[in-house]
Design a protein around this ligand. Structure first.
Ligand code: AHR
Length: 663
């Protein structure tokens, strides 16, 4: 009896030894002899639903220095002398005054007068940039300003790049001639790399000069555009391959009151004359105070559309619905009365014309003047961000009626409030159906367990109503870190988005960027300082989904059920019809190795080979940091199988993407 028992237990003990040692090291999987614990079936010949081309994308908001001080490559803070007391970001020395008489730009009227008198050794001002100016050794920088003399004769201006040790690391001389405003430019090359430089502008001889719009851009911007974007940050977006780009917010659309809402019409035309706006994120949310936070609108709607075109992503602008942020502002005067909504509705209609209208139309001609006569091919607009209640639906109804009438083919995205459930959500979804919006924007910032346990969230959604846009979501660990646990839970949850691609049409993680010295919110997809970009582990999850999106959902089941958390396993499958590839995504969120047999129904028995990409980490709290930016990144190897099935020894807490050609 004892012998029998021993005989039975020994193979099990050996098997578990092999399994646990596999968890530690990548031993050849062929050594495992036990039968697979899990049988999953992928029906490779039967597509269930198309996956939208735009399915996975990004949500951009000017939060955490996302635009000014971030993606927008301008290095000078408050270049127009308009923000707050006009000299925010500037340190004047000698005799400097702020004036607005006979200005260069009517919508940005302030400028500085620099006066040099003999008693002073120098007069001028220096700009601190956005928590410093990041310069790279050997790289060129384009300096530009508007200037006029305010005294007899030509004036000589010295422009200097100064590093954090107070050494001059680049300079240029500029002559200002004539009493009319003129644009003057210079190119400077940095002799050193330093994240915390300043820009100094000095009048070097007795005289008087007026200066405005003092600007410094890296010569190298994304796609070498003028008024362009920080190349490394935009490249990080391009590397994702996003299908949709939601902008410009978020709460920033609403503003803290009606006066500070985002007004897209102020964000187009010559940059020098775009009126600035305060940034709704200037004050502390939960973390830090950034009282110097404003929006230059240098990165405006034209630039957003251009970026979408460069990225190959569908633009999804969010527009104001006539309500200020309902969290922040309870003043009923900040809600536009229903009979005064027309200008707000007109903003939506005009935006569609700006994006798509012929060059002969009022707004289409403005797009053409800015350099893009071809339409941007805008297909959808979102109206309202995180609004709720009848205040929202009463207003949205008027927008829907008028926008539909003007542009019946444009898709309209409505909202479901700030949370994934609860009273407001339950009120809004049926209302969105009544209003017949095309998509409903859902937001959820929840803990990792919520994400793990919500992989079936969309299984029971009504297939006949509006489609889902998961417009803002992120797994919020108690530490609010971009750690592996948060990323893994998103990977698991997203198998549910993919399985339900017939009803979930768009999904965008939030927020996108954060500057390590000036953030208000975390976690975020991409962290930056003035020189470096750090892609979070969450970024790599998004990237794996975007690069392996496929064109059609395939059925993947275990015991005829979707794989959505049984024994902490999650899986989904898609076909990429253009290349005839089958793609399987599988998350093992348990602490054990799971032996999973993937049976590819409908596949011939010949040998197949493909790629297997894994994302795993040494601990659930692992993060990519500025010191170790590539601590956790996906690893890709090859794999082969034959006979129509493959046994995957799924390691603990690992996200897998398998990809192979069907024939
Ligand atoms: O993503 C940050 C903020 O979260 C957005 O501005 C808002 O829509 C949400 O509450």
């Amino acid at each position: 009896m004892r012998k029998e028992c021993f005989r039975l237990l020994l193979p099990l003990a050996l098997a578990s030894l092999t399994l646990s040692s596999l968890a530690q090291s990548p031993r050849p999987q062929a050594t495992l002899t036990v039968a697979p614990q899990y049988q999953m079936t992928v029906r490779t010949q039967k597509t269930i639903a198309p996956v939208q081309k735009a399915m996975y994308g990004v949500f951009f908001e000017d939060i955490n220095f996302g635009a000014d001080g971030g993606l927008y490559a301008e290095l000078v803070k408050n270049r127009s002398f308009e923000f707050n007391n006009a000299l925010v970001g500037w340190l004047p020395f000698g005799d400097v005054s702020v004036r607005s008489d006979n200005p260069c730009f009517d919508r940005n009227p302030h400028y500085v007068r620099i006066n040099y008198v003999k008693q002073l050794t120098r007069s001028g001002l220096q700009n601190e940039g956005f928590r410093g100016i990041g310069l790279k050794q050997g790289e060129a920088y384009n300096f530009r300003m508007f200037a006029r003399t305010a005294a007899q004769g030509n004036q000589r201006i010295l422009v200097e790049l100064v590093n954090s040790a107070n050494d001059i690391v680049g300079s240029a001389n500029i002559t200002v001639a004539g009493s009319e405003w003129k644009e003057v430019t210079a190119s400077l090359t940095a002799r050193t790399t330093d994240a915390h430089c300043v820009l100094r502008v000095t009048l070097t001889a007795p005289g008087q000069v007026d200066l405005d719009h003092i600007s410094l851009f890296p010569a190298k911007t994304f796609n070498n555009r003028s008024n362009g974007l920080r190349a490394d940050m935009a490249q990080a977006l391009a590397d994702l391959n996003p299908g949709v780009f939601r902008f410009p917010g978020g709460c920033i659309v609403e503003g803290n009151n009606l006066a500070t809402r985002y007004q897209w019409k102020n964000s187009i035309g010559p940059v020098e004359n775009r009126p600035i706006n305060e940034n709704r994120w200037f004050y502390t949310f939960k973390y830090k105070l950034t009282p110097d936070y404003y929006q230059s609108y240098g990165l405006g709607f034209y630039e957003y559309f251009l970026l979408c075109e460069d990225l190959g992503a569908e633009p999804l602008p969010v527009l104001h619905v006539g309500l200020s942020c309902q969290y922040e502002n309870k003043d009923p005067n900040e809600n536009v009365p229903l009979d005064q909504l027309d200008p707000y509705i007109q903003d939506v209609i005009d935006l569609i014309e700006f994006a798509n209208g012929p060059v002969t139309s009022v707004w289409g001609s403005k797009r053409a003047e800015m350099g893009h006569p071809e339409p941007f091919n805008l297909k959808m607009v979102a109206i309202g961000n995180e609004q709720w209640g009848e205040l929202y639906t009463d207003r949205l109804a008027l927008f829907v009626a008028k926008v539909r009438k003007a542009y019946p083919k444009i898709l309209i995205v409505g909202g479901s409030g700030p949370s994934s459930d609860g009273k407001d959500f339950d009120f809004l979804w049926p209302k969105m159906k009544e209003l017949k919006v095309d998509l409903v924007d859902e937001h959820y910032y929840k803990n990792p367990e919520w994400f793990f346990s919500n992989a079936r969230r969309y299984d029971s959604y009504d297939r006949k109503g509006p489609k889902v846009f998961a417009g803002e979501y992120a797994s919020h660990h108690a530490s609010r870190a971009n750690n592996f646990e948060a990323a893994l839970s998103e990977a698991a949850f997203m198998t549910g988005l993919e399985r339900n691609a017939d009803v979930v049409h768009l999904a965008t993680y939030a927020p996108l960027f954060a500057h390590k010295d000036a953030w208000q919110w975390r976690p975020d997809l991409i962290w930056v300082d003035n020189l470096q970009v750090v892609k979070s582990i969450n970024y790599y999850v998004q990237q794996l989904y975007m690069h392996n999106k496929g064109s059609h959902v395939l059925s993947l089941t275990m015991n005829n059920e979707p794989v959505a958390g049984q024994d902490r396993l999650y899986a989904s499958s898609v076909l990429e019809s253009a290349t005839n590839e089958v793609i399987v995504k599988l998350v093992n969120a348990s602490e054990q190795v799971k032996s999973v047999q993937l049976n590819f129904d409908g596949l011939d028995k010949a040998q197949k080979s493909g790629t297997m990409t894994t994302l795993s980490a040494s601990s659930m709290t692992a993060e990519n940091t500025f010191e170790a930016p590539y601590f956790v990144v996906p690893q890709t190897t090859g794999f082969t199988f034959e006979g129509g099935s493959y046994v995957l020894q799924a390691r603990p807490n690992t996200f897998y993407v398998l990809r192979f050609t069907r024939k």
